[in-house]
Design a binder for this molecule. Structure first.
Ligand SMILES: Nc1nc2c(ncn2[C@@H]2O[C@H](COP(=O)(O)OP(=O)(O)OP(=O)(O)O)[C@@H](O)[C@H]2O)c(=O)[nH]1
Ligand SMILES: [Mg+2]
Length: 363
């Protein structure tokens, strides 16, 4: 009897040991593959564009498309960024309300305003943010703040403000953890160069986010092996002046693009112009007259297709005068995952090795 039990147990124990060894070997091999993918590069893609034009958002969406989930640490880090976005957004609105001399709906909110203004956004976590939630809620529903929000075209306000402040019940919950859409709306300036390595269909693409291009012009030489350069333009900023000469934002973007197109370091790269924030452009032209900023525009200023066509032709015309066309130009909404999936499948032709370009397979 004992012999029978023994003879039946040994194979099970051996089976378990073998199974454990097999799992460990698979894990080791996966770790090696990951490490190889991390260090291997089949194709380098450079992301350039003004601050806030959507480079990091594009990369966040690519991660989702590649099934590369955010780690718990990353989710917690983004949660704290979102807390700081909420407070910074409110501070901007409070400042605008005061400068635009908009009266309070409820004068008692002055006290809530003082608490928010005093808040140190570098120290926010669920516990500290919880102490500000009721003030944030009271301020956001005040008609004075709502009026300032309506006049947001008269001052600088980040695009995420309504997205987060409309959802304070969820975000203010102490157990709150951001979902992927929240993470896409969060903004934290990318410090220096950021990289994302994504592998799909056996192809390892290294995306390098280089920050504001003119500041980093000197480092272009280190990226002359880039297969594609994606240049991001915030199209919703058509009504903004920039720089000391007060040039229109879109015209300034044209100039920056000329620097990239003319750079000898990118002579072999496909230069692609990504017109981002199309959703905000569509919303803005409903209340800001596009014609006021581009008198030569002769379409319907409230028709987004007319406006997009004009912007496209403006860039095309400028590029023609420099003698080099961008490989393609695309209008996208980087915070919209459905739009991004579509855009990515259309773009994958560009971000392939040259030898693959003749292939018709889209993925
Ligand atoms: N509504 C809307 N918001 C967008 C879009 N693309 C980006 N944003 C928001 O714009 C803000 C800035 O986007 P980022 O991707 O961080 O911009 P960036 O180019 O990486 O900015 P820097 O790192 O500061 O140079 C974030 O709050 C994004 O959620 C878009 O298509 N629509
Ligand atoms: Mg960034």
């Amino acid at each position: 009897m004992a012999a029978n039990i023994f003879s039946c147990c040994v194979p099970i124990r051996q089976y378990r040991q073998r199974e454990q060894a097999r799992r460990a070997a698979t894990a080791r091999s996966e770790a090696i593959d990951k490490e190889l993918a991390r260090t291997r590069t089949d194709l380098k893609v450079l992301l350039l564009g003004s601050p806030g034009s959507g480079k990091s958002t594009f990369i966040k969406q690519l991660r989702s498309i590649h099934g590369d989930e955010f780690t718990n640490e990353e989710v917690e880090r983004y949660r704290d960024v979102i807390y700081s976005n909420v407070i910074e957004g409110l501070k901007a609105l409070l400042d605008a309300r005061s400068k635009l001399r908009i009266p309070w709906d409820d004068a008692a909110n002055e006290e809530h305003a003082a608490r928010v203004i005093d808040c140190d956004t570098s120290q926010l976590n669920p516990r500290t943010f919880a102490t500000h939630v009721s003030s944030c809620k009271a301020l956001w529903v005040d008609n004075g703040i709502q009026e300032a929000y309506k006049r947001r075209d008269e001052f600088q306000l980040e695009s995420y403000v309504r997205y987060f402040l409309d959802d304070l019940d969820r975000i203010g919950n102490e157990d709150y953890l951001p979902n992927s859409q929240d993470i896409c709306h969060a903004h934290q300036t990318t410090p220096g160069v950021a990289e994302y390595v994504g592998e799909s269909h056996g192809l390892v693409r290294r995306f390098v986010d280089l920050g504001a291009p003119l500041r980093y012009k000197k480092v272009f030489a280190h990226f002359d092996d880039a297969r594609a350069v994606l240049y991001f333009v915030s199209v919703d900023k058509f009504d903004q002046d920039q720089g000391i000469d007060g040039a229109n934002h879109l015209m300034q973007e044209c100039d920056t693009l000329s620097v990239i197109l003319n750079s000898r370091h990118f002579a072999r790269a496909h230069i692609c112009v990504i017109f981002n924030k199309t959703d905000l452009l569509e919303e803005k032209i409903k209340h800001v007259n596009f014609n006021d900023f581009f008198p030569q525009f002769d379409g319907d200023p409230s028709n987004v297709d007319h406006v997009k066509k004009f912007i496209l032709e403006l860039f095309e015309e400028r590029c023609r005068s420099w003698g080099r066309d961008p490989f393609f130009m695309y209008f996208i909404t980087a915070v919209d995952p459905i739009n991004m999936k579509f855009v990515w499948s259309a773009m994958s032709d560009v971000v392939r090795p040259a030898s693959w370009l003749s292939s018709l397979v889209l993925y």
